[in-house]
Design a protein around this ligand. Structure first.
Ligand code: ADP
Length: 336
C-alpha cells in the first residue's frame, strides 16, 4: 500500500518517552512532572520547548498527550488571527488535553493577551451578542496544558514567557544519538544496514533527527531504484556517499547553496566582511533566506562568522574551499 509522507513520518515517531532518544535531561524531568501530575490528578503545567527545527518539539508534545491518554490539538500561531480563533479551540478542549501552539513567538498581540488569562486563570471571557445587546461572559475552562514551541525564545514577550511554568531548550543531537535514531528508523522501515553506515548518514545530518530520517529515506530511494531486480538490498557507505553527492550534500552535510554563499564571500568580497544585503543581491537570494536558512549552519560549524561589519569567511571556511586567505590574491584549488 502506498503511504504519504505523513504516514511514513508517523511510523518512526517515538510513541513514548522510553523510545525517545537523546535530550536526556528533558526526558528525565518530564517523567517527574508527568508522575507528579498523575499523583495530584492535575494537568501538567504549561510548557515551552525552544530550539531549532526538527529536534523533536512536536514529538515530545504528542508523547505528553499520549502518555496521559489525552487528546493532542495542534495549531500554528500565525493561523490564530483573532481572539475568537483561540476561544473556539480552548472551549473545545478536555481535561489534560495538550494544545500545541507551534511558532508561538508569532502570536498576534490580541490573541496573546487573551491567552494570558487562559493560561493563568483557566478562564476565558467571550462576548455574546444577541440582537442589540451584547454582554461579556466568563467561561471556566477544563484543566488542559498549553505546549508552546519556538525557535526563538528571545522573541517571546516576557509576560507570555513567564506564564510557562516549564521551559526546555532542545539541543542538537550527538553522533551516537543520531546513529541510534537512524538504526531505529531503518529497523521500522526494513532497511538493512550496519552501524558504520548509520554513522555516515549521521555525519551528514547536522545534529538534527528530522534531517537524519529524511536522508535515510532518500538514500533508500536511490538504493531501491538502482537495484530494481535485487530484493536483498543492503545499504552501505558507498551508496550513502554516492546518493548524497547526487543530492548535492557533502560529507559534512553542507549543501550547494551553503557552498555558494561561502564562495561568494571568498571570491567576490575577498573573504569579507560583507553585509547581508549586498551578498544576497549578488547571489540572487532572498535576504531572509540567507539569514535564516543558509548561513546558520555555516556559522554553527565555524565556517563563517557574523561580525558587526558583516559576514566573514573564517580560516576554516577558506580551508574548506581550498582557497588561501591572502588578501586579494587567491589560489583556487579543486575541492574534491
Ligand atoms: P520539531 O517539532 O522540533 O520541528 P519534530 O518533533 O517534528 O521536530 O521532529 C522531527 C522528526 O524527527 C520527526 O519525524 C520525529 O519523529 C523525529 N525525531 C525527533 N526527535 C527524535 C528522537 N529523539 N528520536 C527519534 N526520532 C526523533
Amino acid at each position: 500500500m502506498e503511504m504519504d509522507n505523513v504516514a511514513v513520518a508517523s511510523q518512526i515517531r517515538p510513541a513514548n518517552l522510553e523510545s525517545f532518544i537523546g535530550q536526556r535531561q528533558i526526558v528525565k524531568n518530564l517523567n517527574v512532572y508527568l508522575e507528579a501530575a498523575l499523583i495530584r490528578d492535575e494537568p501538567l503545567d504549561h510548557i515551552v520547548f525552544y530550539g531549532p527545527p526538527g529536534l523533536g518539539k512536536t514529538t515530545l508534545a504528542r508523547i505528553l498527550a499520549d502518555t496521559q491518554k489525552a487528546n493532542f490539538h495542534s495549531i500554528s500561531a500565525p493561523n490564530l488571527q483573532r481572539p475568537g480563533d483561540i476561544a473556539k479551540i480552548v472551549t473545545s478542549l478536555g481535561k489534560k488535553d495538550i494544545l500545541f501552539i507551534d511558532e508561538i513567538h508569532r502570536l498576534p498581540a490580541p490573541v496573546e493577551e487573551m491567552l494570558y488569562t487562559v493560561m493563568e486563570d483557566r478562564k476565558i471571557e467571550i462576548t455574546l451578542s444577541e440582537g442589540m445587546a451584547s454582554s461579556p461572559v466568563q467561561i471556566d475552562l477544563p484543566p488542559f496544558t498549553i505546549v508552546g514551541a519556538t525557535t526563538r525564545l528571545g522573541a517571546l514577550s516576557s509576560p507570555l514567557r513567564d506564564r510557562f511554568g516549564i521551559q526546555f531548550a532542545l539541543d542538537y543531537y550527538d553522533m551516537e544519538e543520531l546513529v541510534a535514531i537512524i538504526l531505529r528508523s531503518a529497523q521500522i522501515w526494513n532497511i538493512s544496514m550496519e552501524e558504520v553506515t548509520a554513522l555516515e548518514i549521521a555525519r551528514r545530518s547536522r545534529g538534527t533527527p528530522r534531517i537524519a530520517n529524511h536522508l535515510l529515506r532518500r538514500i533508500w530511494d536511490f538504493a531501491i531504484v538502482e537495484n530494481k531486480n535485487n530484493h536483498n538490498i543492503h545499504l552501505d557507505n558507498v551508496l550513502v556517499d554516492q546518493s548524497c553527492r547526487k543530492m548535492g550534500i557533502d560529507p559534512n552535510g553542507i549543501t550547494q547553496r551553503e557552498i555558494r554563499m561561502m564562495k561568494s564571500i571568498a571570491e567576490d568580497h575577498h573573504g569579507g566582511p560583507v553585509g547581508l544585503k549586498p551578498l544576497a543581491s549578488l547571489m540572487s537570494e532572498d535576504m531572509i533566506n540567507l539569514e535564516e536558512s543558509i548561513e546558520p549552519y555555516l556559522v554553527r560549524i565555524g565556517l563563517i562568522r557574523r561580525t558587526p561589519r558583516g559576514r566573514v569567511l573564517s580560516e576554516k571556511g577558506f580551508q574548506y574551499l581550498g582557497i588561501q586567505p591572502f588578501a586579494g590574491l587567491f589560489r583556487v584549488e579543486e575541492t574534491q
